[in-house]
Design a protein around this ligand. Structure first.
Ligand SMILES: Cc1cc2nc3c(=O)[nH]c(=O)nc-3n(C[C@H](O)[C@H](O)[C@H](O)COP(=O)(O)O)c2cc1C
Length: 188
């Protein structure tokens, strides 16, 4: 079983990164292999609406997305992890997701058979404030993304009130919640 994690924060060893590591440890405890994509380190252009993907399901832009498409389609588990930036996921993850319009086109326009529907996904997010609607928009984005790539939105871990780098370590439950989330994902 392979778990792919999309680490959407530019801050390495920050709150998102630490949560994703714990989710990975949980998945590994059940025998899963894990791979983390550090989105901020990659060259991923935003979608330009060239719509070459409507012809054959492939994006016409050549950059680091070339390596990510197959990984997204092969993983048994996909975890999107991002801090909240202005009530949304980071621009880095949003660019990756928008480029998956090519996979959306394969599925809904070209009617190519979707990947195995037993694939499971999770959304891990952290923000500094405690607003009730802090994660609402991002949840919709991640759900729609998972739908496009044929992954069930199975789990979420949404953590409020955490700001400084590594402050997540002081949170009473977040890291163990992330571990359990990863474990459950790999068990099903
Ligand atoms: C550009 C920017 C925008 C942010 N916008 C929000 C926001 O809208 N709501 C919020 O609760 N926190 C916001 N934050 C705070 C981060 O979500 C918070 O510091 C988080 O813990 C960072 O996680 P990281 O260590 O994984 O990068 C923002 C931070 C930055 C740098």
């Amino acid at each position: 079983m392979k778990a792919l994690g999309i680490m959407g924060s530019p801050r390495i060893s920050g709150n998102t990164d630490l949560l994703l590591d714990e989710a990975f440890r949980g998945a590994q405890s059940q025998g899963a292999e894990t791979e983390k994509i550090m989105v901020d380190k990659l060259k991923i252009a935003p979608c330009r609406e060239y719509y070459g993907c409507l012809r054959d399901g492939n994006c016409v832009i050549r950059d680091d997305m070339d390596d990510i498409y197959p990984k997204l389609l092969e993983a048994d588990i996909v975890i999107v992890a991002s801090p909240m930036f202005f009530y949304g996921i980071t621009a880095q993850v949003k660019a990756l997701i928008d480029r998956c319009q090519a996979l959306w086109a394969r599925r809904y326009v070209l009617k190519q058979s979707p990947p195995d529907s037993a694939r499971r996904g999770a959304f891990i997010a952290v923000g500094a404030t405690r607003g009730k609607q802090l994660f609402d928009g991002s949840i919709l984005t991640v759900k729609y993304f998972f739908q496009a790539i044929g992954v069930d939105y199975a789990e979420e871990l949404l953590v409020r009130g955490v700001d400084d780098r590594g402050e997540i370590k002081e949170h009473p439950t977040a890291l163990s919640d992330a571990f359990e989330l990863g474990k459950r994902l790999a068990q099903e």
